[in-house]
Design a protein around this ligand. Structure first.
Ligand SMILES: NC(=O)c1ccc[n+]([C@@H]2O[C@H](COP(=O)([O-])OP(=O)(O)OC[C@H]3O[C@@H](n4cnc5c(N)ncnc54)[C@H](O)[C@@H]3O)[C@@H](O)[C@H]2O)c1
Length: 255
């Protein structure tokens, strides 16, 4: 799919990987819905990008919020045909700790936002896209979600986060199979360590220690390197049903 034909909804795009993706796609000629929590800086990001973007304050787990954002995009530009799911939350908590057993509510909340939110957006966009005329090769749209290397090498304290990211990896192939007859592709990116606000706020020495764990290149990833891969997935029609690690060969140790 050519970026000039793309109407993308990028979740979590007020910050980090989602923000870099929204900016890159818009630079390439795509129109972009900045989808993030109402309390986020999404409006500022949309303003920075200009007329090819607008902010939709959404909780990705809400059907009503996502439908309202899609209605707005349709009224302005047409049907959303690309989703990049970057919204996510992380917690660090062991199964058992001095304070007792892992809180079940927190575990389920991480699954709800990371897995439920990603699936919610994909299912609602797919429903609307199914009604559109297909393009070259019968293609209608592309869905990209964000797992993590924690899906494969979850560390101590990452049980909830790793479960959610493994589920995102796990639903990639069945989603691609469910949607193949409609010309919709589904891929997942599993990033290693990227310099988003979360990591950038750590002391420089801690960032350097983390960077040393990456075999090559020995540094944290730049969010635009994630965005580059998202752009490639959108434009390369043979990519489908796959999770791609983007991690400089990093394999996380237990802690
Ligand atoms: N940064 C990394 O090194 C790294 C590594 C592996 C995976 N990831 C994953 O990449 C994604 C983006 O990470 P990031 O580092 O850019 O994080 P970030 O915290 O900078 O951005 C996440 C965004 O998601 C939004 N968000 C959270 N809950 C939401 C909800 N319910 N509805 C809508 N928006 C919501 C937040 O407001 C925030 O703007 C996450 O899924 C994260 O797990 C990041």
């Amino acid at each position: 799919m050519q970026l000039s034909n793309v109407i993308a909804l990028v979740t979590g795009s007020a910050s980090g990987l989602g923000r870099a993706t929204a900016q890159r796609l818009a630079r390439g000629g795509a129109r972009v819905v900045i989808c993030d929590l109402p309390v986020s800086h999404g409006a500022n990001i949309a303003e920075e990008i200009g007329e090819n973007a607008f902010f939709a304050g959404c909780d990705v787990t809400s059907e009503a919020d996502i439908c309202a954002a899609l209605d707005q995009a349709e009224a302005k530009w047409g049907k959303v045909n690309v989703v990049v799911n970057c919204a996510g939350i992380a917690i660090a908590k062991r199964t058992l700790s001095k304070s007792g057993a892992h809180d079940l509510g927190i575990f389920l909340k991480v699954l709800q936002v990371n897995v439920g939110g990603s699936f919610n957006v994909i299912r609602l966009v797919a429903q609307r896209l199914a009604e559109t005329e297909p393009g070259v090769d019968g293609e209608r749209g592309v869905f990209i979600s964000t797992a993590s290397v924690a899906a494969f090498d979850g560390q101590i304290g990452q049980v909830a986060y790793a479960a959610s990211k493994a589920a995102i990896h796990g639903m990639t192939l069945p989603l691609a199979r469910d949607l193949m007859h409609l010309g919709m592709r589904v891929c997942t990116i599993a990033p290693g360590l990227f310099k988003t606000p979360m990591l950038a706020s750590l002391p420089e020495q801690v960032q350097n220690e983390l960077a040393k764990q990456v075999p090559f290149p020995q540094r944290l990833g730049d969010p635009d390197e994630y965005a580059q891969l998202a752009e490639h997935i959108i434009t390369n029609r043979m990519l489908n049903g796959e999770t791609i690690r983007l991690d400089g060969a990093l394999r996380m140790p237990p802690k």
